[in-house]
Ligand binder design. Structure first.
Ligand code: F6P
Length: 381
């Protein structure tokens, strides 16, 4: 039986190293085991096989990729694998499209004799993989088949792992951007309002704001943090302590909650606040809006991301070949391999999907750090 590998959802730096690690760790122990690459994410599973699959992959195909950002296998988001709402107007058509996608994917996996499908992606990709696995088992109950998820997303919002592949690189990219922005903001004594990706979670914004020395951070999980009035009070207390420029980092999840106008409204609030205008010598502070966007996702993976990819890829190979991690109990069914500190851990994929996205809480140590290090509305010193 062969092992299939694909990358799915938003690309994340380190995905290449993860594919390479799974491939090499399996081949090291079982050189004859066939490995199949599916290109373009789940789409590659549901196309005419030869157009998007690579059978019997050889070592040289995993050479020269570890330093490259993105995913050399390609990726994508597949609407057919999304949950269809009960009240969706085109529900019937959507369910039919999903059924046909799942059927083709299952038949292709059967024909390629894939018994283990490694999916490197986020919780949305895991949910899609689960659907495919269920369909496969219904169609081919006598064939062994399981999904192994490896967490790969810059959002770091997957339950069951301390870190996901790609987060560290994105974090460094964002901190680098904050440092560059600081040069210009400081020169002009302005306020910058900077959007950082993260989907519905605030991890990337929070940690980059801490590491980049931002004045204020707003994350979707903590409503007070995105209250305009509260942010303005923080700037005032900073101004009273001789701060003359401010970097406000906010997670894209805040804009998802309030609408795209959230940052524009904050800008107007800052420009029109009478106290700030007075402190600024009778004129409004100048405010600029910026978004780091997809720049956070690009570039060479960090050493930490490639190391994590190596750890998780090696552990996935152990689960595929031995049914368990070394010195651990056997595992069954679809699973995700994550990390707890420097050690790999295995969780049932259903539990990971049910408990993701993992969100920041007000008592998360990182949020407490931010409160101590950034400006507060009633700054005591
Ligand atoms: O999940 C990774 C991520 O970069 C999120 O932070 C962001 O919300 C989303 O993907 C953007 O997706 P796309 O690249 O499809 O626009």
């Amino acid at each position: 039986m062969s092992v299939g590998i694909l990358t799915s959802g938003g690309d994340a730096p380190g995905m290449n190293a993860a594919v390479r690690a799974v491939f090499r760790s399996i081949k090291m122990r079982e050189p004859a085991r066939e490995i199949v690459f599916f290109r373009g994410g789940f789409r590659g599973l549901a196309r005419k096989l030869d157009s998007s699959t690579e059978r019997n992959v050889q070592r040289q195909e995993t050479r020269g990729i570890i330093h490259r950002g993105g995913t050399f296998l390609g990726t994508g988001r597949v609407p057919e694998l999304k949950v269809t709402r009960e009240d969706a107007p085109d529900r019937v058509a959507r369910l039919a499209a999903q059924e046909s996608f799942l059927r083709v994917a299952a038949v292709n996996l059967f024909q390629m004799e894939v018994s283990d499908l490694v999916v490197i992606g986020g919780d949305g990709s895991f949910a899609g993989a689960r659907l495919i696995a269920r369909h496969f088992r219904e169609m081919f109950p006598d064939r062994p088949f399981r999904v192994l998820g490896l967490p790969g997303t810059i959002d770091n919002d997957i339950w069951g792992t301390d870190y996901s592949i790609g987060f560290d690189t994105a974090l460094n990219n964002v901190v680098d951007a904050i440092r560059k922005i600081r040069d210009t903001v400081e020169s002009h004594k302005r306020v910058i309002i900077l959007e950082v990706m993260g989907n519905t979670s605030g991890w990337l914004a929070l940690q980059s704001a801490i590491a980049g020395g931002a004045s204020v951070v707003a994350i979707p999980e903590v409503p007070a943090s995105h209250d305009h009035e509260h942010i303005v009070r923080r700037l005032i207390s900073g101004f009273e302590r001789d701060y003359r420029y401010f970097i406000i980092v906010y997670a894209e999840g805040v804009a998802k909650q309030h609408g795209e106008g959230w940052a524009q409204q904050l800008r107007r609030r800052i420009e029109s606040n009478a106290t700030l205008v007075r402190l600024h010598g009778g004129t409004p502070m100048e405010v600029r809006l910026n978004s780091i966007g997809h720049l956070a996702r690009g570039g060479s993976p960090s050493a930490l991301d490639n190391t994590l990819a190596g750890l998780l890829g090696t552990a996935a190979a152990d689960v595929i070949l031995d049914g368990r991690l070394p010195d651990d109990a056997p595992v069954d069914g679809d699973v995700m391999v994550g990390c707890a500190g420097p050690r790999p851990v295995v969780h049932s994929l259903d539990e990971v999907i049910a408990r993701s996205p993992r969100l920041v809480t007000e008592d998360s140590p990182l949020y407490r750090i931010a409160q101590n290090l950034m400006l507060s509305a009633d700054q005591p010193f």
